[in-house]
Design a protein around this ligand. Structure first.
Ligand SMILES: [Zn+2]
Ligand SMILES: [Zn+2]
Length: 352
């Protein structure tokens, strides 16, 4: 192992120890395996999933059984590398891709490694996450970033990857008209990604004015307040034939229902948002008559190199509304939980 001399023996980490209870603990700094690097964590974004575990202790079949470190949108600097690691060395600034896959199963070998049944994803129980001063992570999921990229930008490559994967799955081509429902961080980043990848007009909807404003700043051409009008009606008013591509990031059946009739014949709908609510009704004639494709989007695969390049031009301070030191990780989660209309992306600094 190279470069370990400056690494302390212990570190601080923020553990979720109960419902809405976070405790800072002093624990040993992990030792990297031969194929891992040790990263000093510099910035970590708070994700909706972190807030969900913090508030409910579970997401579907993933249940928090013991103290768990949350946080999976992370960046930092390599401070030590296992002896099998060739492409990274101490001092390299990096973005951490949180899902470490097996590399051997059919999903991995076909290039759809986001579907690997053996994935270990940060901050998904029982795997600890990145609200900690150091993290050991398999080196092939640790990506170098350019010198001019901030740690905040590098951390945001994670949710940006979801946006990129959604756009790939949607089949969007340059010039396409795109409708996007839900302007949380992923929806907003999908607007930014769509524009960078050549989308024509982008029309969005949400129920929070501030988020609609942000969407317009990031390149949307029209923003619809979902309580004041329907996205499909706004689309049809401007483009009677409909949009080519629709992307659902709101995680609500109403958003899904508003997108389907906004599509042109031959259009494609990508669903990112998770919803516990059932779909009320689905007009199957719209599907068959329009020959509509509906695709699901689960995390992402092979997005980091492109995401890092596209992220260089993005001013993430449009999205980062709150920052906290590691000692206040509980406050960061509480802020994200309670201020959904004011707060967009919350960032924790483990070294602060
Ligand atoms: Zn996330
Ligand atoms: Zn696999």
């Amino acid at each position: 192992m190279a470069g370990s001399s400056a690494v302390p023996k212990t570190m601080k980490a923020a553990y979720l120890v109960g419902t809405r209870q976070v405790e800072i603990r002093e624990v040993p700094v992990p030792a990297p395996a031969p194929d891992e690097v040790l990263v000093r964590v510099e910035a970590v974004g708070v994700c909706g999933s972190d807030v969900h575990y913090y508030e409910h202790g579970r997401i579907g079949r993933y249940v928090v059984e013991g103290p768990l470190i949350l946080g999976h949108e992370a960046s930092g600097v390599v401070v030590a590398a296992g002896h099998l690691v060739k492409h990274l060395r101490p001092g390299q600034r990096v973005a951490i891709e949180p899902g470490v896959t097996c590399g051997r199963c059919e999903a991995c070998k076909s290039g759809r490694y986001n579907l690997c049944p053996h994935v270990r994803f940060l901050a998904t129980p029982p795997v600890d996450g990145a609200f900690a001063q150091y993290i050991a992570h398999r080196a092939d999921f640790v990506h170098p970033i350019p010198d001019d990229m901030s740690y905040e930008q590098a951390a945001m490559v994670e949710p940006f990857s979801v946006a990129l994967h959604a756009i790939r799955r949607s089949g969007m081509r340059p010039g396409d008209r795109v409708a996007i429902a839900g302007m949380g961080p992923v929806g907003l980043l999908t607007v930014a990604a769509a524009r960078r990848l050549g989308a024509g007009d982008v029309i969005v909807s949400d129920t929070v004015d501030k988020r609609l404003q942000l969407a317009l700043q990031l390149g949307a051409s029209e923003a619809v307040h979902a309580k004041q009008g329907s996205l499909a009606a706004a689309v049809r008013e401007r483009w009677p034939e409909g949009v080519d591509v629709a992307i659902e990031t709101a995680g609500h059946p109403d958003a899904f229902a508003s997108l389907l009739p906004a599509l042109c014949r031959g259009g494609r709908l990508a669903v990112v948002g998770l919803s516990p609510l059932p779909l009320k009704e689905l007009d199957l004639t719209q599907l068959t008559d329009g020959e509509i494709d509906i695709v699901g989007v689960f995390r992402y695969a092979n997005t980091y190199p492109a995401g890092i390049q596209l992220m260089r031009e993005l001013d993430v301070w449009n999205l980062i509304t709150d920052t906290f030191p590691l000692a206040e990780t509980g406050d960061a989660l509480e802020r994200a939980r309670t201020q959904k209309s004011e707060s967009v992306k919350v960032v924790v600094y483990p070294q602060a």
